[in-house]
Design a protein around this ligand. Structure first.
Ligand SMILES: C[S@@+](CC[C@H](N)C(=O)[O-])C[C@H]1O[C@@H](n2cnc3c(N)ncnc32)[C@H](O)[C@@H]1O
Length: 148
């Protein structure tokens, strides 16, 4: 099969459209709601159990212990926590308070202290360059990305 280069802008547009369809008729930004954040966390734990660490296994090929990771739209920390165990440091950007409450609890329970948490959207966050950026399940949350 011939190698086909990924058109990231087109992929992002498709993801934004799919999200719009899936969320049609629902109210605004639901991740600020405690019940929504708790349901998301329960889903993440279930997925981790069912699917294992597919992404982490992939990341571990690239991520070296001295490197830094930017976790964009970190949510409740599904990736922040395990990445922090490998990376030198992780910066987690997350705008929703309800998600952040769970993220902070998860960080404390995991005993990791190399994570800086920033409450912000990624568009407004003031961060220094990192070695690796992770934006799993976040890219489609940003409807307007042309030119960024
Ligand atoms: C579907 S969750 C994914 C969370 C995490 N990345 C994961 O895979 O478990 C999407 C997250 O992106 C956050 N988010 C939405 N818009 C964002 C933005 N503009 N900048 C940063 N995070 C954003 C939401 O608050 C939510 O926590």
């Amino acid at each position: 099969m011939p190698y086909e280069e990924t058109n990231w802008l087109k992929l992002w547009e498709e993801l934004v459209s799919a999200r719009k369809l899936a969320h049609a008729g629902r109210d605004g930004f639901s991740f600020n709601r405690k019940e929504r954040a708790e349901a998301f966390e329960a889903g993440s734990r279930r997925k981790n159990k069912e699917k294992g660490d597919l992404f982490l296994n992939f990341m571990r090929f690239d991520l070296k212990p001295g490197e830094t990771v930017l976790d964009i739209g970190a949510g409740t920390g599904r990736w922040t926590v395990p990445l922090a165990k490998v990376a030198k440091a992780v910066t987690s950007i997350e705008p929703a308070s309800a998600m952040l409450d769970i993220l902070k609890k998860n960080l404390s329970e995991a005993g990791v202290s190399n994570v800086k948490v920033i409450q912000s959207s990624w568009e407004n966050a003031d961060v220094t360059p990192h070695d690796i950026a992770n934006l799993i399940e976040t890219i489609h949350q940003t409807p307007e990305m042309h030119g960024t």
